[in-house]
Design a protein around this ligand. Structure first.
Ligand SMILES: NC(=O)c1ccc[n+]([C@@H]2O[C@H](COP(=O)([O-])OP(=O)(O)OC[C@H]3O[C@@H](n4cnc5c(N)ncnc54)[C@H](O)[C@@H]3O)[C@@H](O)[C@H]2O)c1
Ligand SMILES: O=P(O)(O)OC[C@@H](O)[C@@H](O)[C@H](O)[C@H](O)CO
Length: 385
């Protein structure tokens, strides 16, 4: 069994690649990082270190890699042969890989009749559906109907905290012990290849929203408020009493939305929140605030971790959510010079103001009560600096 995985980064090696290899797949990573590609081909294995008191170490074998910018033909060859295709490149890179994927899948049609599943393991709602849309922009009407029959793009939710790596061996990845990979089977074309640790569900929406609007909401709020206080890691942010209680407040707000929308049991959801807060304070992980805060424009999206629960909270309860708006306010102050989206966001705010930026990136009309509440929180955050 051959799995082709785009993105040999933190989640690629530390989570998806590791599960695939442990389930018996030969894993071919596709990446653009020369050094990682070279080392994977040289060593054919890498280490995953579990960040807890156990100090457990796993060796991930039967892996290799290709550079998609330099070895295009090889990527196409592997796409023709693959039994499963997965990605963990980041939502903004899905359009970039869609041309190569379209070409590989097109060539495969004439030589390999086996159906194939493609799973985008990204932090977004409908990641595989989005990838499919990008692939379908590159093919003819006739090909579209063949692709529909042969290729299943399955949406999923992935959860495992994998920080930026500081190991002396560049292939080694330190990961938290917890993981969850929930895949929606609705769009399957035949049997979905088995992967140990992959959970299949009929309807993903309750799971992806629970994950994105709890884990990533809390994470983002800790990161932006932590950055505002000049802290370095998520653990440091969670050790700050004020930030800790702001994260709790925001998660009780997004939790109220999730419980109301999906009927999750209130006590079980509270236990889910507490487990996540515990994960954020894992002393064996050093997760940089600027990693978690990365791409603030993406994170300000109407369908993403902050604005979606804030808007829904207002719609459902006719009240402004205090914790969520404070997190959004802190995001608007994120001015990290090494993050291109942070620079763009600050330039946009200079040009069109916060109201304009909220409209441009979150489609929030200036009359919406959230706008005034966010602006007030921005003033408070600036004063408290
Ligand atoms: N790290 C986490 O804790 C975590 C957890 C769950 C989900 N995710 C999601 O997983 C995805 C990847 O995140 P990450 O933390 O692993 O990021 P990362 O930056 O560590 O990895 C991304 C990889 O993609 C590669 N890449 C970039 N452009 C490419 C291209 N055109 N073709 C092939 N590869 C390309 C990069 O070189 C890099 O190796 C994101 O969507 C993220 O939201 C991350
Ligand atoms: O990957 P992003 O940029 O969408 O979000 C940053 C972190 O919140 C994220 O990577 C988490 O660590 C992960 O989603 C945990 O499952």
């Amino acid at each position: 069994m051959l799995a082709v995985h785009f993105g040999a980064g933190n989640i690629g090696r530390g989570f998806i690649g590791s599960l695939l290899s442990k389930s018996g797949y030969e894993v071919v990573f596709v990446d653009v990082n020369d050094e990682i590609v070279r080392l994977l081909n040289e060593k054919k294995e890498y280490r995953v270190l579990i960040a807890d008191e156990s100090g457990k170490e796993e060796v991930i074998r039967n892996v290799s890699a290709v550079n998609s910018q330099k070895e295009y033909d090889k990527v196409i060859h592997y796409l023709i042969e693959a039994d499963l295709v997965t990605t963990a490149v980041g939502p903004n890179i899905l359009p970039v890989i869609s041309s190569t994927l379209a070409e590989g899948l097109r060539k495969r049609l004439s030589v390999n009749p086996k159906p194939l599943h493609i799973i985008a393991c990204e932090n977004m709602i409908g990641g595989s559906t989005f990838l499919k849309e990008k692939v379908f922009e590159k093919i003819s009407e006739e090909e579209k109907s063949l692709f529909e029959k042969n290729y299943g793009f399955l949406d999923c939710a992935v959860d495992r905290i994998v920080p930026n790596q500081k190991n002396s061996d560049p292939l080694t990845v330190t990961v938290e012990p917890f993981f969850e990979w929930v895949v929606e089977q609705k769009n399957a074309v035949g049997d979905i290849p088995k992967v140990k640790g992959m959970q299949l569900v009929h309807d993903l929406m309750p799971y992806i929203e629970r994950k994105l609007l709890t884990v990533n909401t809390g994470h983002a709020i800790a990161a932006y408020l932590g950055y505002n206080k000049k802290l370095q890691t998520i653990k440091e942010a969670m050790d700050d009493e004020e930030i800790y209680s702001d994260v709790q407040k925001a998660l009780s707000e997004s939790g109220a939305v999730l419980v109301k929308k999906y009927g999750w049991d209130e006590n079980e959801h509270q236990a889910y929140i507490e487990k996540i807060i515990h994960r954020f304070t894992n002393p064996s992980i050093s997760d940089e605030i600027v990693r978690v805060a990365r791409s603030p424009i993406r994170k300000l999206g109407a369908n993403d971790r902050l604005m979606k629960p804030a808007k829904q909270y207002y719609e459902l309860f006719k009240e402004v959510p205090i914790g969520l708006t404070k997190g959004i306010a802190a995001l608007l102050l994120f001015d990290y010079k090494e993050d291109p989206e942070a620079i763009e966001l600050q330039e946009t705010i200079k040009k069109v103001g916060m109201e304009g930026a909220l409209f441009q990136y979150s489609q929030l009309e200036k009359e919406h009560p959230l706008v005034a509440a966010i602006q007030k929180q921005v003033e408070w955050l600036k004063e408290s600096k």
